[in-house]
Write a protein that binds this ligand. Structure first.
Ligand SMILES: NC(=O)c1ccc[n+]([C@@H]2O[C@H](COP(=O)([O-])OP(=O)(O)OC[C@H]3O[C@@H](n4cnc5c(N)ncnc54)[C@H](O)[C@@H]3O)[C@@H](O)[C@H]2O)c1
Ligand SMILES: [Zn+2]
Ligand SMILES: [Zn+2]
Length: 397
């Protein structure tokens, strides 16, 4: 089959690779109809996530048709249309029973001394197409994908709903939702969201649905800021304004009740601390650039909440632990427990309470995947989300 594969920094190719097969009784094979490129894939593209190997099949946001099921799968059948969560979870362990699916103890087969266990103390759940730290599973930016524990994760899509409406259930919609939920929004609250990429935009939409009185979105791309404004946010372009001062002014001097870092380890900008992080990251003295996290902690009101959907991988310098402790902030974060949110969010899409299709700027054949990565990485203003269609011929693009 054809699949997008990783070959190093800024080097993604379309290769012919071996078709996936059923390995375990609870597996299913999905014929992929739509798959998207995520901000998390850009961390792989930029080479800042360790544990990738030449030829690894990329992609963790995908959906399609079930073409084969293992004997142990009692839930899915051939022909079902499903969206697959990016987190692989067994559904039965201590963590899955608490609906903490991204902490599943059974889905990451990496060796005991694996780097994720060394870095985090415990090994995390398996993720599709996301390095050998998270199990080394082949991803879904391909014609077919093997889905382990397929009786737990995938949600069956009712007839009449388009791929475009439901694809983002695989990751970014639940991620934006969980980011807002982690803000514990109360009536009258102001929520500030750094990053107007797909995750930030869904966090804006979710925070408004959850009753935030004011949502303030921060980025530097005019088109992305415009999308946030259309959803109902006020916006700050950090190229033209001092973010902390603007937030103070917009919140009557109190500061936002909750702040969301929807940027993660690759903050842009030339703020002094970020330039310092760039230099340290280049010398491999620091793995992540946490400028946004610092700014968010600093700007958050006393006693407020900090929610971090943005991905961090390793260690950061100059975390403002004094501001964090002295102000009595609460921090909540994590890879999303996707499975927990799927039935509810699917229903909300069906009832038209949530719109997802506004986000898609490009639909391309899988063969043009490398071009999709390039656009999403280097033309971020206008490229808000790239969806790849493995069934399309190159000429359809
Ligand atoms: N927790 C999870 O389960 C989960 C799931 C999906 C994605 N993520 C992470 O969420 C983050 C966002 O993903 P995305 O798909 O929206 O990515 P994206 O790259 O499309 O968007 C990031 C946005 O942040 C903006 N930004 C950069 N520096 C900034 C700064 N200093 N201040 C304000 N904005 C700034 C960029 O301009 C860009 O618009 C990534 O780190 C991704 O890995 C986490
Ligand atoms: Zn993703
Ligand atoms: Zn589990």
């Amino acid at each position: 089959m054809r699949a997008l594969t990783w070959h190093g920094k800024k080097d993604v190719r379309v290769d012919t690779v071996k078709d996936p097969e059923i390995v375990n009784p609870r597996d299913a094979i999905i014929k992929v109809t739509s798959t998207a490129i995520c901000g998390s894939d850009l961390h792989l593209y930029d080479g800042v996530i360790p544990g990738m190997r030449q030829g690894d099949v990329l992609g963790h946001e995908f959906m399609g048709e079930v073409v084969e099921v293992g004997k142990g799968n009692t839930r899915l059948k051939k022909g079902d249309r499903v969206v697959v969560p990016f987190v692989i979870a067994c559904g039965k362990c201590f963590f899955c029973e608490k609906q903490q699916y991204s902490a599943c103890d059974n889905s990451n087969p990496a060796d005991k001394a694996d780097i994720s266990e060394l870095a985090y103390g415990y090994r995390m759940a398996g993720l599709f197409g996301y390095s050998h730290l998270t199990g080394g599973y082949a991803g879904g930016q391909a014609e077919y994908a093997r889905v382990p524990f397929s009786d737990v994760g995938p949600v069956v899509i009712p007839d009449g709903m388009d791929d475009d409406e439901v694809l983002f259930l695989s990751d970014i919609l639940p991620t934006g939702w969980m980011a807002a939920e982690n803000c514990e929004i109360q009536e009258g609250d102001t929520v500030a969201v750094w990053g107007c990429g797909p995750v930030g935009l869904f966090a804006v939409q979710s925070a408004l649905i959850m009753g935030a009185a004011q949502v303030i979105a921060i980025d530097h791309y005019p088109h992305r800021l415009e999308l946030a404004r259309k959803l109902g946010a006020q916006v700050i372009n950090y190229n033209n304004a001092h973010v902390y001062e603007a937030l103070i002014e917009m919140t009557g001097g109190i500061g936002p009740d909750a702040v969301i870092d929807a940027v993660g380890m690759e903050s842009h900008g030339f703020a002094l601390d970020n330039v310092y992080d760039y230099a340290k990251q280049m010398m491999m003295l620091e793995s992540d650039r946490p400028h946004v996290l610092r700014e968010a902690v600093y700007a958050c009101r006393k006693g407020g909440r900090v929610s971090v959907p943005g991905v961090y991988g390793g260690f950061v310098d100059k975390f403002p632990v004094g501001a964090f402790m002295q102000k009595g902030l609460t921090l909540r974060t994590g890879q999303t427990h996707v499975q927990k949110y799927l039935p509810m969010l699917l229903e909300m899409i069906g009832e038209k309470k949530i719109d997802t299709t506004f986000l898609i700027s490009h639909r391309l054949p899988l063969e043009q995947g490398p071009e999709g990565y390039r656009k999403f990485a280097f033309e971020q203003n206008e490229t808000t989300k790239v969806v790849l269609k493995p069934e399309w011929e190159k000429s359809n693009g």
